[in-house]
Design a protein around this ligand. Structure first.
Ligand code: 7PM
Length: 263
């Protein structure tokens, strides 16, 4: 899954694709580089980021979704917590809604996803984007995140969303400190118990910066190392800024998985 950030303040590639045309071109480039999914985001989930109005988010996201769908069959995902944005995006060819709130922020989101017949990423976050990195605490992070995701799967299915359309995500960096992020990645295979595909987003995130003492621009090697281990531990989808490297990482790591078919 390649990240296409349409927010002017994104922590890594903010403001680079400000025009619709440039954003669509970047999406097509990611397809060439091996992306199976393009995750279009018009709402910043950066800790403490200012929230974006529905109109502003629609104006950013819809033309780009339309442009990508007109030129490619790639799966389009939209990173949004707003049902109005999801609905418009679905109408223009979006097949996956990536809701970092796991259906908790907008009471209409579940129905929009159910009616649209699209897939849904349910991500764990402790707290809200504004407050999540203020002293996050867990007794057993993996157990707590798993039970949260189990409950959100139940809520999604109860709202009429097909179980086969669900994807779970432990939410690396969303209300977690370094030891929590490390434990989640080490014990990722335990999330297999939930019975749905696992997505992880760790591209250039601050836990890598903490380990390496390097800024976002210097975190690619750490991203590759961590993604390889996440895949070895059962990740099905990796969300990355650097698609060429992510694709090659996945091709090798999938073959090296303990449960990979043997040749
Ligand atoms: C600060 C924190 C800045 C996080 C930027 C980010 C994920 C996601 C994002 C993820 C899913 C970034 C993120 N991260 N959606 N959206 N999983 N499903 O690195 O880990 O772009 S935003």
């Amino acid at each position: 899954m390649g990240v296409l950030n349409l927010t002017p303040d994104s922590f890594y590639d903010g403001g680079r694709y400000i025009t619709t045309q440039a954003a669509v071109e970047r999406a097509l480039q990611m397809v060439e580089e091996g992306a199976d999914i393009i995750d279009v985001g018009g709402e910043s989930s950066r800790p403490g980021a200012r929230s974006v109005s529905i109109d502003e988010e629609l104006a950013r996201v819809v033309p780009v979704v339309k442009g990508i769908a007109a030129k490619s069959d790639v799966l389009i995902s939209v990173d949004t917590t707003k049902s109005a944005v999801a609905q418009a995006a679905i109408a223009h060819g979006t097949r996956i809604i990536n809701d970092i709130s796991a259906l908790r922020f907008d009471p209409n989101m579940a129905e929009v996803v159910a009616r649209g017949g699209v897939s849904l990423v349910l991500m764990h976050m402790q707290g809200s984007p504004e407050t999540m990195q203020q002293n996050p605490m867990y007794t057993d992070a993996v157990a707590e995140i798993k039970s949260f995701l189990r409950e959100r799967i139940r809520a999604a299915v109860a709202a009429g969303i097909d179980r086969s359309r669900l994807i779970v995500d432990p939410g690396i960096g969303f209300g977690k400190r370094l030891p929590h992020n490390l434990e989640i990645l080490r014990r990722l295979s335990e999330f297999k118990e939930l019975g749905v595909p696992i997505l992880v987003g760790l591209s250039r995130k601050s836990f890598l910066g903490e380990i390496l003492d390097l800024p976002t621009s210097e975190r690619l090697v750490g991203t590759i190392a961590a993604n390889a281990i996440a895949i070895a531990n059962g990740a099905d989808i990796i969300r990355v800024h650097d698609v060429k490297e992510g694709r090659r990482t996945a091709n090798v790591a999938v073959r090296l998985r303990c449960d990979a078919a043997q040749y």
